[in-house]
Design a protein around this ligand. Sequence first.
Ligand code: GRF
Length: 195
Amino acid sequence: MRKLRIGVLGSGKGSNFRAILDAIAHGRLAAEVAVVVSDVEGAGILRLAEEAGVKNATVIDRRYKTRLSPETEAELVAILTEAGVELVVLAGYMRMVKAPLLEAFPRRIINIHPSLLPKFPGLEAWRQALEAGEKVAGCTVHYVDAGMDTGEIIARAEVPVLPGDTAETLHARIQVAEHRLYPEVVATLATSDFR
Ligand code: GRF
């Protein structure tokens, strides 16, 4: 079976990227990570890519913190296109995605967010859920559009909020659910006729 070529963008430790690699290694996901790109020098996700022998690059824009300039984003598009990427997987990528990338990969960019969207978009969503007194939290995989965590929802997974939870314990429980959900969604897309 032909493997879906994915490009992973991340700013952090890369645990979702690791879960995707594990799913590929165990035959649960017919995909190949063609390239990993980070906006943070020395990010954990880049170290993981190195260890796994996955091509990787750093694309930094020091002018902005929460997005890339159109010129820098065009560089990112060039790297993804050059690597033959069919699906862009955001895994802890802390910048908003704008026109050059969205236009280059229409309905081909997905993100995982640590809340049951549309509730709690934005930063530290698990903390927002805890502070709002939610009894159920979780994570959402969605297509990416120009908004902040607003794109069409593909799948969600729930986790309980337990008595005595702190932001840290709740986040850890949500991440366990993320590591199951994200590879499953990518696997479904890989075998769908979206390409
Ligand atoms: C995850 O909690 C994800 O929901 C959010 O960023 C975090 C990334 O974690 N978008 P990691 O780098 O995959 O460990």
